[in-house]
Ligand binder design. Sequence first.
Ligand SMILES: [Zn+2]
Length: 158
Amino acid sequence: MSLSYAEMTCPNCGAKTKESCNTWMYGSPVKTCASCNTEYIDRRWREVAIDGFDPRSSNSGFYLKGLLGFVVFTVVCVLLLFLMSASSGHFPLKLLVAAIGGILGSVFCAYRLFVIKSGIQDKDNAVFMTESKQRLKNSEYVEKLEKYGYKIPDEFKK
Ligand SMILES: [Zn+2]
C-alpha cells in the first residue's frame, strides 16, 4: 500500500529524497542519503513496535464526526444551490464546487470508517508490526536506534 510520498532532506548535504510511504508513515526512521551516504533519522516515520500505531488511524469516532459534518455541509450546499438557481436563474458555481468538496470529504471519511470497521486496518497493522519486529531482531539496528535516543522495549534488547 504505497499511496503517498514522503520527502526527506539530508541534514548533511541538503539533498532531498522522495520515498513512497503508507498513509501513516510506518517504517524504519533510519534513512541513508543517496547523494552523500550519510545516515540520519527521520522521526516522522514510526517504528511501530516501539512508537506504536498512529492513534488517529483507529479513531473511528473522529471519522464518523467528519462524515456527519461533510454530509450536513453537502446537503446545505445542494439545497442552497437549488434555491438560488430557482430564484435567480443563475447557477452559482462556487456553491457547486463546495458541494463537490463536501461529497469528496464524505467519501473519504466513509472509506476510512470502512477500513477501520471492516478489520482491513487491523490486518494492515499486523503486517507493519511484523515488519517492524523483524527489523528489531537485528541487534545492530536496535543499538543504532538507541544511539538516536529511542527507548527500546526490553523484549528487543539482547
Ligand atoms: Zn546527503
